[in-house]
Each structure stands twice: as C-alpha cells, then as structure tokens.
Design a protein around this ligand. Structure first.
Ligand code: NAP
Length: 289
C-alpha cells in the first residue's frame, strides 16, 4: 500500500480500540481491489462533537463507530437511515455534503450472514439472549422479517422489556398484525416455557468472550434440545461455550465472524459505491481465521 497526496482516509473510533480487526479487513479490501485508500484506528474520548467536526473538516471519507459511542454520536450527524434511527445506533458514517450520514451495517452484516447460511427467520420462533446494543439490532432485524415469535431473555429485565416495546411498536407501524402479541420477555429460570421446538437462537451477551472461553449465559441443557440453529455474535473464541451446547444437542451453530466481515464489507460498499467481489471476501475470511 502506497500512501500519497490523494489517498482517501477512513477510520474507526471507539475506546478501547486496540483489539479491532477492522483495519485489517478494510486495508485488505482496498489493496485487493486497487482502491487508493487507507483505514486507521482512532482512540476516541467523550467529546464526540469535536471528534466529528474535526474528522469532517479533515475530509475523512468514512468512519466506523464502535463501543461505547454508537448511540451518542447520532446527534452530531446530518441524518441517518431509518433502521439505524429505530435501533438508536450507528456504526458507519459516510462523508456527505453538510455532514456525516449514519448507517447500521451490523444489521446488514448479520442479514448477509443468514442469507449465506440459508437461515430464514420468517415464521420461525426466535430467542434472543441479551438486551444490549447488539441484541437490539438483532431484535429489529428479526422483527423486520415477520417471524412467528420473538423471546428476549436478559439478566436485566427492564432492558429486555424496552426492546420488546420498541420492536412491538415497529411491527405495528409496519402492519405486521399479530407479531406484537408474540414478543415476550422471560427470565433464564422461565426458559422452559419458551415458544416452539425448532428455535433459532441469537447469543448476544458478552458472556463467553475470550478469555472467558467456555462460559455461557444459558446452561439449561433441556433448552438446547429445542434449538435448531444457534448464532453466537462472539467470534473470539471461534467455538464458544454456547455453540458447544447447541452442537451437543444436535443443532447447527455459527460464530460472529461472518457478521463482523459483512458489516465491514457493507460499510466499504456504502463508502465506495462498489461491490466487493466474493473472492476478496473469502480472502478476508481466511486471513482473520
Ligand atoms: P452490551 O451493549 O454491553 O451488552 C452486553 C449484554 O451482555 C447485555 O445484555 C448484558 O446484560 C449481558 N451480560 C454481560 N455480562 C453478563 C453476565 N455476567 N451475565 C449475564 N448477562 C451478561 O454489548 P453489545 O455491544 O450488545 O455486544 C454483545 C456481544 O456481541 C459482545 O460479545 C460483542 O463482541 C458481540 N458483537 C459482535 C458483533 C459482530 O460483528 N460479530 C457485533 C456487535 C457485537 P445486562 O443488560 O443485564 O447488563
């Protein structure tokens, strides 16, 4: 990669940021596609107004936003796409006339992963473990494709109930009659009463993230006998405690690596108005594995 006076600059802001894989993904894509751009990490502080204004003034073409700034940065944008507004979080900012415009490519990334793995959520009974930022994005993705039911299980019930209320209002506003009465909140002790026997489960808590490798937020083996597909958003370790439970009970299990790659690919495509070739995506996947 040769940086010159015309090289377009992109980056990621967050805190901490030193473990991010995003520079490796984006710089690999630019190199493979012969696009003159560079992507760098920035450790941010809470002065998001100064950060947004400064990056814009310097002409930084696109920014990824990670924990803990995905929601707070929204008030400094020119606008955002509708779904990002409903979720209340952006992870991708594009330089446009008049300011940055926000997108949520976490949701696009998961959608692409599910399509690639032939997992359809329509009409299915879905369980979401967790109620943080990622769970909220997953809940909106699920609600948008007319599932049979959604059950949210989280340590803090108030956060789960807030997501339930927001996606129920979204389902009603989109005319998905009947879905809002099939969105439930349970505690882990009530998991035996979950709807359905062919569940698709999204593990959206941070329990099991390296170095907590074999830990799992749900340890009830009877629950896993009802699980057909389990998707853990965690990708380090590559096989999590949750995935081991799913596979032991005969279900299919996936980690969050493809979601990570596809959220980056989606951001790259939004910024550069290109389609990243399949072969390049596979190269990135091999590199990260
Ligand atoms: P977050 O907003 O901090 O939410 C964390 C969630 O984990 C909350 O539901 C929290 O419950 C729960 N939790 C944490 N410690 C727990 C414990 N000891 N027992 C029970 N529940 C616990 O984080 P996030 O942004 O949603 O991220 C969640 C996970 O998804 C992370 O591991 C992150 O790496 C992963 N992720 C992956 C991708 C990807 O591209 N693959 C994208 C985004 C996120 P409370 O609400 O009760 O605190």
């Amino acid at each position: 990669m040769e940086i010159n006076g015309q090289t377009a600059v992109y980056g990621i802001i967050g805190n901490p940021i030193k473990h991010t894989s995003s520079p490796a993904i984006h710089n690999h894509i630019s190199q493979a596609m012969g696009i003159d751009s560079v992507y760098v990490p920035f450790v941010a502080n809470d002065d998001l107004e100064a950060i947004t204004t400064g990056l814009y003034a310097l002409g930084v073409r696109g920014i990824n936003v990670t924990v803990p700034y995905k929601s707070d940065i929204m008030k400094y944008l020119r606008g955002n796409e509708d779904m990002a507004g409903r979720i209340g979080a952006v992870n991708t900012l594009k330089y446009t006339e008049g300011g940055y415009y926000g997108y949520n490519t976490d949701i696009l990334g998961l959608k692409r992963e599910l399509e690639e793995e032939n997992i359809s959520l329509q009409g299915r009974d879905i369980v979401i473990l967790g109620a943080g930022g990622a769970a909220r994005a997953v809940a909106f993705l699920c609600a948008s494709v007319k599932p049979g039911s959604i059950t949210i299980i989280n340590r803090s019930g108030d956060k789960a109930r807030r997501i339930r209320d927001d996606i129920a209002a979204y389902a009603d506003s989109e005319g998905m009659s009947g879905l809002s009465s099939n969105i439930n909140v349970l505690t882990s002790d009530e998991v035996c009463s979950v709807n359905g026997n062919d569940l698709i489960v999204f593990q959206c808590t941070s329990v099991g993230l390296s170095p907590g490798d074999d830990e799992c937020v749900m340890n009830d083996e009877a629950f896993y006998s009802k699980v057909a597909v389990g998707v853990d958003l965690i990708y380090k370790p590559s096989v999590t405690g949750f995935m081991k439970y799913v596979e032991k009970a005969g279900g299919r299990a996936y980690n969050g690596l493809k979601m990570l790659i596809y959220q980056a690919v989606s951001a790259y495509e939004i910024w550069n108005d290109v389609l990243v070739p399949e072969a390049v995506i596979r190269e990135v996947e091999r590199k990260l594995k």
